[in-house]
Write a protein that binds this ligand. Structure first.
Ligand SMILES: Nc1ncnc2c1ncn2[C@@H]1O[C@H](COP(=O)(O)OP(=O)(O)O)[C@@H](O)[C@H]1O
Ligand SMILES: [Mg+2]
Length: 459
């Protein structure tokens, strides 16, 4: 069915509605969540509507740029090349969506003749007609088409962007030698020495890691990235299907540069910050959450056995990979912050410098500054467990400084106050991870894993 899926954040409902209504008046068929019939299975309906949509209109705003749901829906739209981003206030689209041209509806007054609205309508109609907006192939002489290809170190062919942050871009790539997909993590900096230092630092902690619940690093390289253009002459074969056969081709080098990058196994999944909540923002079932957390413990135990503190346990650094049936493998990745046990990282109250890491997910000893051991990761896993099981973090709100300092001075809100049906044993386990004194926590990830799994058996 040719219709437009509208992705927005609940707080923007009053801004979204006039857009939806104006589109409907212009004859566009729109699906948005108020279209759900009472009693229908909420998340299932959304998934189906999203998969069927001919266009995904995303309304970026100060509210929606922080929404996992809107970002996830935008990503699915982008994957299918049917994303139409618009902004309804002065906000910048989130990281990963800035390369898309964004329509500006921030000063739209509801007038159907407004140029910005007309542009939106035209874009949507192109997609609804099945013409498609994305044209990755550029036509050249005599019916040839060209595509850009980047080859890293003569071996890895870039396929697509798998994820990006302020510091790096991760590409899904094809390893020509081993004939498999890998992930390449490339620092954003153009300064080769800096990129190389970053990559070596990460590789030192992760090379040789070998555990199903940890994403190790296959190699760290400093080498040539070649930018190529390939030109082909496509020929249409098959009468009814109109399939295209590509034959005859030539390559042309259009640029090269040196960079450092990491090669990792490719994880085909989604991160826990997306997967831990359903589309209404409700936490997933306790049983699945405990299984995921216990797997993360097993992975982190392996890292600790190698004398490394991971230092960056958070939802964004745990990938869930479908592993047959409803089972999902939880994989800890991103050794960017990892350090040898007992190291004294820079930053913290002791030195007055900035604390490295995500303010919501730091341990008290990271805030104070001073030596860290594996029990800092246990604290961080407690925060992850708290959020995944209750839907919110114990110390959050206020400024980053307040968020960090709260864990030195305040007790976490009891998890059962946030989610009444949480098993008692599980609440106790979470609170034990969150003890301010490392000695009062679980002595090891193995012990925590056992406690997590045990807290369900007792119910
Ligand atoms: N091995 C991998 N396989 C697939 N995707 C990955 C892999 N490693 C990272 N990514 C994607 O890239 C994003 C950023 O990677 P990450 O290592 O967390 O970067 P940073 O160190 O900047 O936090 C991740 O959120 C994820 O979506
Ligand atoms: Mg990360």
């Amino acid at each position: 069915m040719a219709r437009v899926f509208v992705s927005y954040q609940q707080e923007d409902r009053d801004r979204a509605e006039p857009i939806v209504e104006a589109l409907k008046r212009a004859g566009v068929e729109v699906w948005w969540d108020p279209s759900i019939q009472p009693g229908a299975e909420f998340s299932e309906e959304i998934t189906t509507a999203l998969a069927d949509a001919a266009a995904v209109l995303v309304l970026w705003s100060a509210h929606s740029v922080g929404s996992r749901w809107v970002k996830d829906e935008a990503e699915r739209g982008a994957e299918r090349r049917v994303l139409v981003p618009a902004r309804i206030d002065a906000v910048q689209p989130p990281m990963g969506f800035r390369q898309f041209q964004t329509l500006d509806l921030s000063s739209w007054n509801g007038d159907a003749d407004n140029p910005a609205f007309q542009r939106l309508l035209a874009t949507l109609r192109t997609l609804l007609a099945g013409i498609g907006r994305a044209q990755p192939m550029r036509a050249r002489a005599s019916g040839e088409v060209g595509i850009g290809v980047a080859v890293f170190g003569g071996r890895y062919v870039l396929v697509k962007v798998a994820g990006e942050t302020a510091k790096c871009v991760v590409y899904k790539s094809w390893d020509r030698k081993e004939q498999r997909y890998v992930a390449l993590k490339v620092p954003r900096t153009m300064r080769v020495a800096q990129a190389a230092a970053q990559v070596r630092h990460e590789a030192r902690s992760a090379l040789g890691v070998n555990h199903p619940n940890v994403c190790g690093i296959l190699e760290a390289r400093v080498s040539l990235i070649k930018q190529l253009s390939a030109w082909f002459r496509p020929r249409t074969v098959g009468q009814a299907g109109g399939e295209t056969e590509v034959f005859g081709g030539r390559m042309q080098e259009i640029g090269e540069r040196i960079s450092a990058f990491l090669v990792m196994p490719f994880l085909e999944g989604r991160t826990l910050d997306v997967e831990a909540f359903d589309r209404r923002g409700q936490p997933i079932a306790v049983k699945s959450a405990v299984d995921i957390l216990a797997q993360a413990c097993a992975g982190l135990q392996h890292i600790h056995d190698r004398g490394i503190v991971f230092r960056d346990v958070k939802l964004e650094n745990i990938m869930l990979v479908p592993a047959g049936g409803t089972h999902r493998l939880a994989v800890v990745f991103d050794f960017d912050m990892a350090l040898p046990q007992g190291s004294v990282p820079k930053g913290g109250l002791a030195t007055g410098d900035m604390v490295a890491g995500t303010p919501q997910f730091v341990s008290p000893e990271q805030v104070r500054g001073g030596p860290l051991d594996h029990r800092s990761d246990i604290y961080q896993l407690g925060l992850v467990a708290y959020e995944v099981l209750t839907g919110s973090l114990p110390f959050a709100g206020g400024t980053d400084q307040e968020t960090m300092l709260a864990r030195l001075t305040e007790h976490p809100v009891h998890p059962k106050e946030r989610r009444g049906d949480l098993p008692d044993g599980l609440a106790t386990t979470i609170l034990k991870c969150l003890e301010p004194e490392p000695a009062a926590r679980f002595p090891s990830m193995k012990d925590l894993e056992v406690a997590l799994r045990g807290s369900l058996v007792d119910e």
